[in-house]
Design a protein around this ligand. Structure first.
Ligand code: AHR
Length: 884
């Protein structure tokens, strides 16, 4: 237990409760932070800022109480809309008429009796209140990360069944059966189990949360000396005794996980002795009870609070974070072991923020002195596996960043002459900006720089683009050559932008995780592209060069030409061998891969996408597997030969597609030295694709260097934001199920560009399932709303046109953005969600006789605006995707 827990008090007083969640299956553990001090009482703007900072830190789960009023509802909805699920801290409800346990004056400063006596816990009252509250939350479409019932019920702090005054006793199992004080506590524990059974019943009959784990209330850890308890005149039951008693009375049938709290003493942080003491403390306080799901006895543990006692260096700004960094590393190493053994359900650091409505900053906070601390970042970093053996710890300062791709190429004497990424630095020592965004509201521009570990500081973008939209206007070259990429000004083929230029990519359309951070990739739809026609030191006229880009194996089309690399300086097709760019496309025309449908990696050498030195399909160019992140490689000695490779950017090594002679007519190469991204040499802009990073080298890199770079890429841990499927969080894949009685087996789907509802079942054809699967994107016209991208046709979005919904390519224009942006709210029939057009709050997405429209309630201008069934027809359940 934390030796001073007053900050939690206010939240408990409102909810008269504490909560506890758990995990049911074999999902990876959730990682997040506690949010205390009644965060729902913040203003909407303050909440927005908190959510954005949490998002930027990769936090997708928070532990919080939610009061059953409008504030609580709005808070939960707001968090969920930002992709943050709440592990709901619940309290028991007392028998009617039970007075709140009034703390005798002498104990006022000691933080005791902040919870009802458990012996008054009334399961019926709980069921009535929490059942109604959950229904309200679900009507807003909110899915929770867990239900945690009770907080630290095993000591005087949060259970008023413990007597006052007390002597600092630690009761054991025997005491629960035979000691008068113990028997009273045991009676309360039995009442607590009845409330847990009520919670399970509510959960099992809920609409959206049937798979949400239930966690027993986080139990307070005790120090082995008992000194603390004696000093505050409190008693406790040991964690093991509490769990054994509850297990013997049916706990394991009611919960999916055990809540535990750990506040070990910081004894020589970073030393072997300190680490041993930390493990011993955890073992004394419940660690041995943690078991994999489905074990005969025990449950995965949810460490729903953890921090340290006795840390120094955190009292003044700037803080000295070194001890806490060491302690967090030790703790995460234990958690990692537990996760490895499938015995961990969740880890929720205590606590996130300092100053919210508190008189003074809480030095336990991850966020201190106005910024996320390094120790905080490590404590909430989402991927527990990444923290194994302290790997991440050594990466916490820029001077400790290990090699990045351009360091590897430099060491191999083929240095980068261009290095572009919106995700990370491609040199260990690069400290400049990665890219620039421009916002629609006032045309102001903002550079997006780096965090200290060399990953993009996406929070800068989030803050700058709040309540407006941003496009990526420039991707800076990190090499000393300054070969920056700007939005292409056009070429032989004009773009849809001003004066024939292309469009910039929406800056927040592609949220991903890299290095444990939430960052953004560049999502290119037809009409978008980047170019630099005046470069320095890029290969020309048969000089050797190499390049790779990280792209997507699921977001692509067959339009010309999703390229990254060397192209014509005029933006026109100047003939064979004037280009040398790596290309990621479903190539249905240049080499006719109709027998090998799907994505391929090719070389765009101008007037041909080459899979080898023939103008025919090379099956080895086919990137099988639907990998969300791929690496695509081309190197060319400019005189005789070229090499193509591809790799899964999330694991494994490289596959060589071809390595041999250049095609006839392409010897020698005649490169011109412009750099393109997402378009062809002549500015053809029919392609779609994703870009995360890419470099170009001078010289023909060795295979060894390529392999080392691929390993470096894999170590980034590229991934989707976690915990997404079935939610309205950007990046999540979802289905939209009708709720009208006629049609509850129907889902919104694409049918050759039209949008309809139709039955989909597990045995439907894969094509139908994909057509009924949508990717949630931040609203293209307003990032507090959402847009829906087709799973099957990347770059195509649901949009209204003449009040009917269609699936059409995003063309970047303001009208297209608005027509494709929908704002969710609670379902009009109290089920799921309804979505109104961003520019017209009266018109909602509605199905009518099988087709999907936008319709207002009974304006009678259209047949589909009839009031009959309107509220049912505009309500859809956001569910898991049909096609993962
Ligand atoms: O080589 C394929 C494409 O052909 C090039 O990118 C473009 O310039 C031309 O249209």
């Amino acid at each position: 237990m934390k030796h001073l827990t007053f900050i939690l008090t206010a939240a408990w007083a409102v909810t008269a409760a504490v909560g506890a969640p758990t995990l049911a299956g074999t999902e990876p553990p959730v990682v997040g932070a506690n949010l205390v001090n009644e965060p729902y009482k913040q203003t909407a703007a303050e909440q927005e800022a908190t959510f954005r900072i949490l998002q930027a830190a990769g936090v997708h789960v928070i532990r919080a109480g939610i009061p059953g009023n409008d504030q609580g509802l709005a808070f939960a909805q707001g968090a969920y809309a930002h992709g943050i699920k709440i592990e709901w801290l619940l309290g028991v409800y007392p028998d009617p008429g039970t007075p709140w346990p009034r703390l005798p004056d002498a104990y006022k400063s000691k933080g005791l009796w902040r919870g009802w006596p458990l012996s008054t816990a009334n399961a019926d009252a709980f069921k009535a209140n929490i059942g109604a509250q959950l229904a309200e939350l679900e009507s807003k479409g909110v899915v929770l990360a867990g239900f945690e019932l009770g907080n630290e019920i095993n000591w005087t702090g949060f259970n008023a069944d413990f007597p006052l005054p007390a002597q600092g006793r630690v009761l054991n199992e025997k005491d629960l059966a035979s000691d008068p004080e113990g028997r009273k506590i045991a009676q309360g524990y039995l009442r607590y189990l009845q409330t847990l059974a009520a919670l399970k019943d509510i959960r099992d009959h809920s609409m959206l949360n049937r798979r949400t784990p239930i966690i027993s209330g986080g139990l307070a850890d005790l120090d082995d000396s008992g000194k603390w308890l004696r000093s505050v005149k409190a008693d406790a039951v040991s964690v093991d005794a509490t769990l054994h008693f509850l297990q013997a009375n049916g706990l394991d049938q009611l919960v999916d996980g055990y809540g535990l709290h750990f506040y070990p003493l910081a004894i020589s942080p970073g030393s072997a002795q300190g680490q041993a003491a930390l493990r011993a403390h955890l073992e004394l306080n419940g660690l041995t009870q943690c078991a994999p799901p489905g074990a005969a006895k025990g449950k995965p543990c949810w460490v729903t609070e953890w921090n340290f006692n006795g840390l120094k260096g955190l009292d003044a700004c700037p803080i000295d974070d070194s001890s806490r960094i060491a302690m967090v590393g030790e703790m995460r190493s234990v958690l990692h072991d537990l996760a490895d053994q499938n015995r961990l359900g969740g880890s929720l650091y205590y606590t996130w923020q300092g100053q919210i409505h508190a008189p003074k900053e809480d030095h336990d906070s991850a966020f201190l002195c106005g910024a996320l601390t390094e120790s905080g970042r490590l404590a909430v970093a989402p991927n527990i596996a990444d923290l194994m053996a302290g790997n991440l710890i050594s990466d916490t300062h820029s001077e400790a960043i290990k090699q990045r791709p351009c360091d590897i190429y430099a060491a191999g004497n083929t240095p980068c002459i261009a290095a572009h990424s919106t995700v990370r630095s491609l040199y260990a020592k690069y400290t400049g900006a990665l890219y620039q965004v421009k916002r629609a509201s006032d045309d102001a521009a903002q550079d997006i720089g780096l965090l200290s570990d060399g990953y993009a500081n996406a929070a800068t973008q989030d803050a700058f683009c709040t309540n407006t939209t941003c496009v990526v206007t420039r991707i800076y070259d990190q090499s000393t050559k300054h070969n920056d990429l700007s939005i292409s000004s056009g070429g032989r083929y004009k773009g849809p932008g001003p004066n024939g230029s292309d469009l910039g990519a929406a800056a927040d359309a592609l949220p991903v995780t890299a290095g444990g951070h939430q960052v953004y990739g560049v999502s290119i739809s037809p009409g978008m592209g980047y170019r630099n026609n005046r470069t320095s030191d890029v290969a020309v006229n048969g000089k050797p060069e190499g390049m790779y880009m990280i792209s997507s194996g699921t977001h692509f089309n067959s339009g010309c030409c999703f390229d990254y690399g060397n192209a014509e300086v005029s933006g026109t097709d100047t003939g064979a061998a004037h280009m040398d760019a790596v290309n990621v496309t479903e190539d249905l025309s240049w080499a006719d891969c109709r027998n090998e449908p799907g994505l391929g990696v090719q070389a765009d050498l101008e007037n041909g996408l080459f899979h080898w030195n023939q103008r025919s399909c090379n099956p080895a160019s086919n990137v099988s597997g639907g990998h969300p992140f791929i690496s695509a490689w081309l190197k060319n000695n400019g005189q005789t030969r070229f090499t193509l490779k591809w790799g899964n950017a999330q694991s494994g090594g490289l596959n060589t597609i071809y390595s041999g002679a250049l095609p006839d007519g392409y010897v020698p190469m005649r490169q011109e030295g412009a750099i393109i991204l997402g378009v062809g040499g002549d500015n053809s802009h029919a392609s779609a694709g994703s870009f995360f990073e890419g470099v170009m080298t001078t010289g023909f890199p060795t295979d060894g260097a390529d392999n080392a770079v691929q390993a470096n890429i894999v170590a980034v841990g590229y991934g989707a934001p976690t915990g997404l499927a079935g939610t309205l969080m950007p990046g999540s894949e979802i289905s939209l199920q009708a709720t009208t009685a006629c049609c509850i087996g129907d889902y919104v789907r694409n049918l050759n560009g039209a949008v309809v509802i139709a039955p989909i079942t597990p045995s439907s054809a894969e094509q139908d399932k994909s057509d009924a699967t949508w990717i949630v994107r931040r609203g293209l016209a307003d990032n507090s709303c959402v847009s829906f991208e087709s799973r099957n046709n990347p770059g195509d979005f649901l949009r209204q046109q003449n009040l009917a919904l269609h699936m059409q390519p995003f063309d970047g224009t303001a009208s297209n953005r608005a027509d494709a942006t929908f704002c969710p709210q609670a379902g009009k029939n109290q089920k799921g969600s309804s979505f109104h057009l961003v520019n017209d709050p009266t018109r909602y997405v509605r199905h009518y006789y099988g087709k999907v429209y936008v319709a207002s309630d009974g304006d009678s201008t259209n047949p589909w605006s009839t009031p009959v069934h309107w509220s049912d027809d505009v309500s859809f359940i956001v569910g898991p995707p049909w096609s993962p």
